[in-house]
Design a binder for this molecule. Structure first.
Ligand code: FMN
Length: 128
């Protein structure tokens, strides 16, 4: 089997990319820069591979925008609490489901508020 056709190689590569992505974010932000990971690069992997002139049999997994923040830094998006994904000794779908449901409610409020903020900023022309 060719290496690029193996699920194992894609898994290993993706894990490594996740580690590199997280590290790059921590380093960039520690230097006062802003970052936005872009998973959407996978929406058009072939086209992007062409634009980036990637070697044969490779494709983009994730992008990372790094730049100077204009204005105030956005508030950090609420994170799923530890008890929403951390388990001891064995999987417990009841606890996970309950805590994810709690997080969904938090995110609903967050997005409603953020959309309101974006709408207000558009009205007063912030960032134009
Ligand atoms: C793996 C990954 C992929 C992401 N892909 C996109 C994306 O395609 N487009 C986008 O606007 N934001 C993307 N984001 C950014 C998130 O939407 C969100 O803005 C960010 O994780 C929140 O950052 P914060 O923790 O500083 O609040 C992605 C984030 C991660 C971790």
């Amino acid at each position: 089997m060719k290496i690029q056709e193996s699920v194992e190689s894609i898994l290993v590569g993706s894990v490594d990319i996740g580690i590199a992505l997280g590290t790059a974010i921590v380093v960039a932000e520690s230097m006062g820069l802003g970052t936005v990971p872009i998973g959407a690069v996978r929406n058009a992997p072939t086209e992007l591979a062409e634009v980036l002139e990637l070697p044969q049999n490779t494709f983009p997994i994730v992008g990372l925008c790094i730049g100077y923040i204009k204005g105030d830094k956005n508030p950090v998006k609420p994170k799923i609490p530890l008890d929403g994904y951390m388990l001891y000794d064995k999987y417990d779908s009841v606890t996970i489901e309950k805590n994810i449901h709690k997080y969904d409610k938090i995110m609903e409020k967050y997005f409603a508020n953020r959309t309101e903020l974006v709408a207000t900023e558009k009205k007063i022309g912030v960032g134009q």
